[in-house]
Design a protein around this ligand. Structure first.
Ligand code: SAJ
Length: 418
């Protein structure tokens, strides 16, 4: 079947599902995108996008205008179903697979013999061949005989989603060889990178190991920051020096690890192998405690100041994205407030946040310390002298190493870094 007559029903129109739906559509697939949120569906059908991601709006408009992408709140019959819904963790750090379960159940009435079902959401090892296959079997069709089922984990980096969706290699894990090959044939039409076919559990593990590896690497950088601070040395300088070695490549320390993937996915491995996953667990603990270490350092600086105020710069989990999910900023903010500090947060990208955000002027006015937590590019362009004039004290704590510290020093600021 050519993609010109292939119908795909894609469930979950978020950061991963929407770009994937749009890329499939502009490549000639007929795509029905499904999301339970009416405002998301209406926006897409009128060529609008509620997410801030480079190039996404233009791509979605092209997809909708081509007639190949339509959004709706419920699934429809198709040749292939792609599930790209969130898989968060519960309070007890176990995987919350309820969105995957709901999505899989919602397609049951539409399944026909010969259909392919691809799970893109990140899941604990064994989920595709276990839970997903069990739910799909409720249709009366037999996965492996009447249905093809595969896991193809997304691996795109927010901020570079469109480029990475096309350029990155993809790992496709089938519940059997035919399932893997059928799924791969779709991805080969939209991906320039290599599409590798393996078993479902190998694909599940590969995805989790990728993100756990990054978590461990960031934890190492954060540990270097704490050791360097104890020795009175700048950690970024130590890391830059160590990275001059041809086989050393240390990442950057920061206020902690946020986002909906890296603080979450390693727990799927820890739960699956609690005895074996010792390093991965320790890395999680280091990164989770990093916001409190940052808050403590800010509090030491504010000691003795009556009614202290902090101007907190950036609540997104990383620079130049609008996403505050699992952001370390919320933990830092809460820890400071608990100790009686007034915190005024500012962010040029984030639109929805559980706490009130203020404009820059209000945030810095009367502040004793600027605490930069997110490396949004705009912060680098601000004028230190103009900001300093509004503040009560001139102290700046740059946890991301993104300010030009010479300029701030010249404006009379005391500088703190990692
Ligand atoms: N961070 C640091 N120091 C660093 C790098 C990152 O503190 O040197 C922090 C960031 O500020 C952020 C967190 O780590 O708070 C995670 O950011 P990120 O840019 O490393 O990753 P995500 O969460 O935006 O996207 C990751 C990516 N995974 C890998 O790079 C292995 C992406 O490819 C995945 O598709 C995505 O998770 C996902 O959806 O799983």
């Amino acid at each position: 079947m050519s993609n010109l007559d292939q119908h795909i029903c894609l469930l979950g129109l978020g950061y991963v599902g929407l770009p994937t739906a749009a890329i499939l559509a502009v490549n000639g697939f007929h795509v029905i995108g499904v999301d339970p949120k009416r405002e998301v569906v209406n926006a897409i059908n009128s060529g609008d996008v509620l997410l801030d991601e480079v190039g996404l709006k233009t791509l979605v408009q092209a997809a909708v205008n081509s007639g190949n992408l339509r959004a709706q709140t419920g699934p429809a019959p198709a040749d292939a179903f792609v599930i790209a819904v969130p898989t968060p963790i519960r309070e007890d750090q176990s995987a919350d697979l309820s969105y995957v379960e709901q999505a899989a159940r919602s397609i049951l009435p539409h399944l026909r013999a010969g259909n392919l079902v691809v799970l893109e959401s990140t899941v604990p090892p064994g989920t595709t061949s276990g839970m997903l296959v069990a739910i799909l079997s409720e249709s009366g069709l037999v996965p492996g005989r009447d249905l093809f089922v595969a896991h193809c984990p997304e691996r795109v980096l927010p901020g570079r989603i469109l480029a990475e969706l096309v350029q990155n290699d993809r790992v496709v894990g089938g519940i059997d060889d035919e399932s893997g090959e059928r799924a791969a044939s779709i991805y080969r039409r939209i991906v320039e990178g290599e599409v590798v076919v393996v078993s479902a559990v190998a694909a599940e593990l590969a995805k989790l190991v990728e993100n756990a590896s990054r978590d461990v690497a960031i934890a190492f950088a954060n540990e270097v920051a704490r050791i360097s601070h104890e020795q009175g040395v700048d950690a970024r300088e130590v890391i830059a020096l160590a990275n001059r070695h041809p086989r050393v490549n240390i990442l950057q320390p920061g206020p902690g690890v946020g986002g909906h993937c890296i603080p979450v996915d390693p727990w799927f491995l820890i739960s699956a192998a609690p005895e074996a996953a010792r390093l991965i667990r320790t890395a999680r603990e280091i990164n989770d405690s990093q916001p409190l270490w940052i808050a403590e350092r800010a509090l030491q600086e504010l000691a003795g100041i009556p009614d202290p105020k902090v101007s907190l710069w950036g609540v997104a989990y990383k620079g130049n994205v609008d996403d505050p999910r699992e952001t370390p900023a919320l933990k830092v903010l809460t820890a400071l407030e608990k100790r009686g500090v007034r915190v005024s947060a500012v962010d040029f990208h984030v639109k929805r946040f559980p706490r009130e955000l203020e404009d820059l002027e209000t945030s810095v006015t009367g502040a004793d310390l600027i605490l930069l937590l997110t490396d949004h590019r705009e912060f680098g362009f601000l004028e230190p002298e103009a900001i300093g004039q509004r503040m009560r004290r001139r102290i700046v704590f740059d946890t991301r190493g993104c300010l030009s510290l010479d300029r701030w020093q010249q404006a009379g600021f005391r500088l703190l870094s990692l």
